[in-house]
Design a protein around this ligand. Structure first.
Ligand code: FAD
Ligand code: MG
Ligand code: MG
Ligand code: MG
Ligand code: MG
Length: 536
């Protein structure tokens, strides 16, 4: 059926049905969820089974607990302990799961076009919906850099497995008598491109592994043979956190002899070396590597790119995510049918530019209608304190100032500032791409559609439903040796001994099932007693 005359199903028994028949078989609303990550699972956990016929479509048949993924790259945790089967999560709802990838969405006819993941013929089918939740996450950004095929990524369980295999392989190769000093140096050089939480945690896990297990198990390798480097384009690592946390982490890494290169952009990746350029001097350097992790931020998946393009002109402006209203409904789709949450979604800040132009008057202390660099700095810091939007510019406000001072007057006039704000808003998402955001948005949408079910025909009651409101519970990154960097929003910093416990307990309480908690507990005890599993 449908415009392309494909098989029509939504995962029920006797799966090939006509659209009308599907409805007759089951009077419940058809809710389709794309994805099985943080956002999707938070929706699933809220739903009332009596109200919805739920179908989840995702190429991965499990939920992945991403915050602990870096621990799996060196064997601190087992991969199996970080995942939860979708079918188990769906059983409470009597829901259905289809192992497929959404290829396209026909918003008008309310159909998702799906292709089976392991179908070698790539046959497509339609899944009709009354309500749709898009929670397909994001993809690693490439920034157009050449040679990324030589890098490892850290988004999925397969990625973590690949890294673990390669790390162990390199240590084994480096221990062979035939390996030259130069080869050993290259094999045992670990380069991380990107100084965000994922890159930092990977470096920290590697450091723990080197200090806790390497010495005992690889007598042929000396600690000095190993080099861990982080290449970061901003002035600090963890640059979306409080500055104190960045500085604390950098100081710890310095003591640990982790080589932190800031203010540098990777220009090219060769099969066994990375070329980067110092942004202020323009000087290029080459570092050899045995393993190179690419983790420089996230952007749109192919599906999201195509959806943003096909939505009505003018409705979608952002370059990183699908824009939704404050109820997480996709702008430009028939009202109330399609939601988007998590990494793939962003809520534009209404009148952001105008509001900033208002507080600008306060920053222009001498009232001459142009901003000096100091005045601009003050303005930017005020905005950053209130909105996430400009946070990515922290540490490089001077560059921004230069770039937008088009007439080189040494000041920014109102038009120059407006141009900067408009670009800044399109180029960022309003909230960071975190599990915390996806989880809260998923919970919000789940609760909303549960409530809507009874009041959908009452526009007054519908209008009175609350908007999405993000509550920041703090950010946190493991930085090795039992220490964690915490940013509780007001610049509070906890570090060192004890914070590892906090770090774990925060994730413990967020964790999904008792089964998984038990698995994690066993892994941690096992490691404490016997060290890491160093087999490949
Ligand atoms: P995801 O959880 O990525 O889920 C996307 C889902 O969509 C996946 O199941 C995927 O298979 C599926 N999918 C993709 N394409 C399609 C398609 N075409 N059709 C159907 N399904 C599709 N956040 C924190 O808050 N704290 C942390 O400590 C933290 N640590 C992290 C560490 C690592 C290594 C990584 C990679 C991320 C970390 N994050 C952390 C970020 C967090 O994981 C993401 O922000 C979060 O997963 C976003 O949730 P989501 O539901 O939008 O996407
Ligand atoms: Mg998801
Ligand atoms: Mg988002
Ligand atoms: Mg002035
Ligand atoms: Mg100027």
């Amino acid at each position: 059926g449908g415009p392309k005359n494909l098989v029509m199903t939504h995962g029920c028994k006797g799966s090939v049905l006509k659209a009308e028949e599907i409805h007759q078989n089951d009077p419940r609303q058809r809710l389709v969820i794309l994805g099985s990550g943080w956002g999707a699972v938070s929706v699933i956990n809220q739903l009332d089974p009596k109200k919805f016929h739920v179908t989840v479509i995702s190429p991965t048949n499990y939920f992945l607990f991403t915050p602990l993924l870096p621990s799996a790259t060196v064997g601190t945790l087992e991969l199996r302990s970080l995942i939860e089967p979708v079918r188990r999560l769906l059983s409470r709802l009597g829901g259905y799961y289809l192992e497929g990838r959404a290829d396209d969405i026909d918003f008008e006819n309310q159909l998702v076009e799906v292709v089976g993941v392991n179908d070698s013929e790539g046959r497509k089918f339609y899944v009709p919906y009354d309500k749709l939740v898009i929670a397909v996450g994001s993809e690693s950004m490439t920034h157009g850099v050449e040679g990324l095929e030589h890098c490892n990524f850290l988004k999925s369980i397969v990625d973590a497995r690949d890294i673990r295999k390669k790390v162990m392989e390199n240590f084994e190769k480096a221990s062979l008598p035939t390996t030259t000093d130069e080869e050993r140096h290259q094999l045992l050089s670990f380069v991380v491109c990107g100084g965000g939480p994922t890159g930092v945690e990977f470096a920290a896990e590697l450091y723990d592994f080197l200090n806790e297990d390497l010495v005992g198990y690889f007598p042929a390798i000396h600690l000095d043979d190993v080099q861990v480097s982080i290449i970061q384009s901003a002035e600090h690592i963890l640059n979306t956190y409080d500055l104190k946390i960045s500085e604390m982490t950098e100081a710890k890494f310095k003591r640990d002899k982790i080589n932190v290169v800031t203010n540098s952009r990777v220009v090219k990746v060769n099969p066994t070396s990375v070329v980067y350029k110092d942004k202020s001097t323009g000087k290029q350097q080459e570092v050899p590597f045995g393993v190179c992790l690419w983790s420089t931020g996230v952007g749109m998946t192919p599906l999201v790119k195509s959806l943003v393009e096909k939505l009505p002109e003018g409705s979608q402006q952002n370059r990183h995510a699908i824009e939704t209203d404050r109820y997480m409904r996709v702008i430009g789709t028939p009202e109330g049918t399609v939601y988007a949450i998590g990494d793939c979604a962003t809520i534009p800040q209404p009148h952001f530019v105008d509001k900033v132009m208002e507080i600008l008057k306060e920053s222009d202390t001498n009232g001459d209608n142009v901003l000096s660099y100091e005045e601009f700095q003050e303005l930017a810091n005020k905005i950053i304190a209130k909105h996430n939007v400009l946070k990515v510019f922290l540490g490089r406000l001077d560059k921004v100032f230069e770039e937008y001072d088009k007439d080189n007057s040494g000041t920014l006039d109102l038009d120059e500032i407006r141009a900067f704000l408009v670009d800044a808003e399109k180029g960022c998402t309003a909230l960071p791409a975190t599990a915390q955001v996806a989880n809260q948005q998923g919970r919000f949408v789940g609760q909303r559609i549960n409530t809507l079910h009874a009041i959908e025909n009452d526009p007054v009651a519908v209008a009175a439903l609350p908007q999405f409101n993000y509550k920041h519970l703090g950010s946190l990154a493991y930085i090795g040796g039992g220490g964690a960097a915490l940013d509780m929003g007001q610049g509070m910093v906890y570090g060192g001994i004890g914070s590892e416990y906090m770090w774990r307990s925060v994730y413990f309480s967020e964790q999904v099932s008792i089964r998984t908690r038990l698995l994690l507990l066993m892994d941690w005890s096992k490691r404490a007693l016997f060290g890491r599993d160093i087999s490949k």
